[in-house]
Design a binder for this molecule. Structure first.
Ligand code: C2E
Ligand code: MG
Ligand code: MG
Length: 680
């Protein structure tokens, strides 16, 4: 196309130049011919007189085809050859075919004559036509050459980049999984329009795909900085925002507060209602927090159930506390989801800037410190029983450090076998025979010595280590009790404390059956104790687990009864065999009438629901006698024995004057199991 245009342009250009040139050349050759003829006539007649007309015969021929001579007065002197009827004095015709008349003044020896010659200019015409044709051929040749040059130039300067562009476009399309067309062979391509079509279509696609790429980029940008579930900013965006907030606050001398918000018992929600409900709850909490805070504040999701809030321009601790209370309230409002009405609680740790940081450090470190402080405060809120907020203070940090160290030691202790199981004997109050024992874990720390289970069991629960530790305790207690039974104390049973975490873990039943199987202990010789507070935390879940366990014949006890605000409606649905009165009520039984009333009430409940009642923390004869008079079944406490190592327990059994309950006798484990009605 381009080359055609170039060739045509070239041709027109040459025509413009050549046509006038051929024309003027033709004119020149005519003039030349006329001059020649005039000269010939002049020289012919110069040496003759003007009547020597015979001379004229010599000049008439193919070129000068006719001649008319007149005297100076206009008198016709001669007419020779073909003169086309020309009369002297008449207007001279311009051309007659290829014959052109010319005038000439002839000087003879006798005077002057005027001549009119008729010159045949065919030769000149032919010569000019040939010249024209030659020029036309040259023009054609040059135009064609220009066309070729144009093709070459186009290929060099236009096609090559276009080919590269096509290549790039194809590659990009191939990489975006589009169907690439067959490549066009540019060399065999006669018409560039084909390429242009493809080029345009590729450009079109490229535009579309670049729009998609742009949208995709925007999406990726958003995804990199936002959490997919709540659409809140994620940790990365929070960290950037925190850096900026620290910078601005330093520059403008502003205060701000960071709140770490963590859902309480979120694992329980997930396990109980499934992850969909758990996710829904997280999304809802996130949304409520976002709606509650101002636009200048930031709400981000850091992890599963953990949010962070930056309250900008926080005036003082009072205003931070006010925000914390509002956070707790919005989180606690009920959630409706697919027929469930759920209630969540959150713990909140708060750290304020600049009050809670060491200001003389790098800005990055300041951000890190304030978040760490909020985390310390959050830990404090969690270990103080959750569902509360805590403002950071320095003392918390040392408590947390101690906790962290304890946690590490706990892990090492488990690896190094620093734990032991002790056994605290229990007796039948009426016969005083030993009925069995409660297994109590002991930790002999290599540096700190004895560590109370009350100090490390809650931490082991929080960190999940209790699962492994609890399994080991259960196995050890079952092995030991079976060994004692083999030694002749066949009526002995053992009670093992089970933490709430083990109950909700979903692995309790396999763990218990494995312990029984490996130890060969009969299920009825094992009692599982779960604290009242753990039971009441999620009664429905516990009820179904207890039902499962009771099917296998092992016994179930509610520990520390009286401290966990049991609902009586639930109590009658629990398939438990034993209530253990908390030792707090036994301690002052001889002096505190309220405690007496509580113990009597628990014993009444036990009787009503056909459960045994175990009194723990019996420290003297008076307490034992009182419990006996009230019809309590079993006693446990320092008055009978402190918790004992396995060796001590064996020797205690050998020395216990009232003996050990035998397997045949109606032991505590043979007492009737509660019959319960479901759905009441
Ligand atoms: P608990 O299950 O109520 O255990 C009874 C606690 O009362 C034991 O404390 C025991 O030593 C103590 N005790 C028994 N009689 C008396 C007495 O007459 N006077 C006084 N002052 N205390 C008495 P210990 O062994 O320190 O255990 C404390 C708590 O730690 C246990 O309370 C139980 O909740 C938990 N725990 C202990 N061992 C384990 C275990 O193996 N697993 C789990 N999950 N928790 C355990
Ligand atoms: Mg117990
Ligand atoms: Mg107890």
């Amino acid at each position: 196309m381009l080359s055609g245009t170039v060739a045509l342009a070239m041709f027109l250009l040459q025509t413009l130049v050549y046509v006038p040139s051929v024309f003027s050349r033709h004119q020149d050759s005519l003039e030349h011919r006329f001059d020649l003829e005039r000269n010939l006539l002049s020289s012919t007649f110069r040496s003759s007189d003007h009547l020597a007309l015979d001379v004229s015969d010599a000049v008439i021929g193919d070129t000068l085809v006719g001649l008319v001579l007149t005297s100076a007065q206009g008198k016709l002197l001669l007419r020779k050859g073909d003169t086309f009827g020309y009369e002297p004095g008449a207007l001279l015709p311009t051309t007659i075919g290829a014959i052109t008349p010319i005038t000439v003044e002839l000087t003879t020896r006798t005077g002057v004559m005027n001549g009119t010659g008729f010159v045949n200019t065919s030769n000149e015409l032919y010569a000019s036509v040939w010249h024209g044709l030659l020029y036309f051929a040259i023009a054609l040749f040059l135009s064609a050459a220009a066309g070729v040059v144009a093709i070459w130039g186009t290929a060099r300067y236009y096609l090559a980049p276009m080919e590269a562009l096509l290549c790039a476009l194809r590659n990009s399309r191939e990489s975006s999984d589009a169907q690439a067309p067959e490549p066009i062979d540019l060399k065999s391509c006669e018409d560039l329009s084909l390429i242009a079509d493809e080029f345009n279509s590729l450009i079109d696609e490229q535009r579309k795909s670049s729009r998609q790429v742009k949208v995709k980029q925007q999406y990726l940008e958003f995804a990199a900085h936002h959490d997919p579930l709540t659409h809140l900013p994620n940790r990365l965006m929070f960290e950037n925002a925190l850096k900026k907030t620290v910078k601005d606050s330093i520059a403008d001398n502003l205060h701000f507060a960071v709140f770490l918000v963590d859902l309480d018992n979120f694992k329980f929600f997930n396990d109980q209602y499934g992850h969909l409900v758990g996710d829904k709850m997280v999304a809802e909490v996130g949304n409520r927090l976002r709606t509650m805070m101002r636009d200048i504040d930031l709400v981000a999701r850091l992890d599963g159930d953990e949010f962070v809030v930056i309250q900008k321009e926080a005036r003082d601790k009072d205003s931070a506390e006010e925000v914390a209370r509002r956070i707790m309230n919005v989180a606690a409002a009920p959630y409706e989801y697919r027929g469930f009405t759920l209630k969540a609680a959150v713990s909140v740790g708060i750290s304020s800037f600049p009050a809670d940081v060491h200001i003389n450090q790098a800005e990055d470190m300041l951000g890190e410190e304030i978040v760490n402080n909020a985390a310390v405060a959050l830990q404090e809120a969690k270990s103080n029983g959750k569902n509360q907020y805590q403002l950071f203070n320095e003392k918390m940090r040392s408590r947390l450090t101690a906790r962290i160290r304890l946690e590490q030691d706990l892990k090492i202790g488990m690896q190094d076998g620093q734990f032991e199981v002790y056994y605290q004997p229990k007796i039948n109050i009426h016969t005083r025979k030993c009925t069995g024992s409660e297994a109590l874990v002991r930790w002999r720390h290599p540096v700190n010595g004895f560590v109370s289970p009350e100090a490390f069991v809650p931490l082991a629960e929080e960190t999940g280590l209790i699962i492994e530790l609890g399994a080991w305790i259960l196995q050890t207690a079952c092995d030991m009790t079976y060994e004692l039974q083999q030694k002749g104390y066949d009526g002995l049973n053992v009670a093992v404390n089970i933490s709430a975490v083990q109950f909700t873990d979903g692995n309790l039943l396999p763990m218990v059956s494995k312990a029984l199987e490996e130890s060969k202990l009969r299920p009825e010789s094992l009692e599982l104790e779960i604290t009242e507070s753990a039971v009441m935390h999620d009664p429905e879940e516990v009820i179904s687990s207890l039902h499962e366990l009771s099917k296998y014949g092992m016994k179930l006890a509610i520990d520390d009864f009286g401290t966990g605000y049991s609902s009586l409606a639930y109590l009658k649905r629990f398939p438990v065999n034993t209530l253990k009165i908390d030792r707090a009520f036994i301690t002052d039984i001889s002096s505190d009438n309220d405690d007496v009333a509580i113990v009597e009430a628990v014993l009444g409940l036990g009787k009503h629901f056909n459960m045994k009642v175990v009194a723990e923390g019996v420290e003297d004869e008076e307490q034992l006698n009182f419990l006996k008079s009230q019809g309590c079944d079993i006693a446990q406490g320092y008055y009978i024995s402190k918790p004992l190592s396995p060796e001590q327990y064996l020797s205690w059994l050998e020395r216990w004057p009232y003996g050990v309950q035998s397997a045949g006798a109606p032991s505590e484990s043979m007492l009737p199991v509660l019959t319960y009605k479901t759905g009441t």
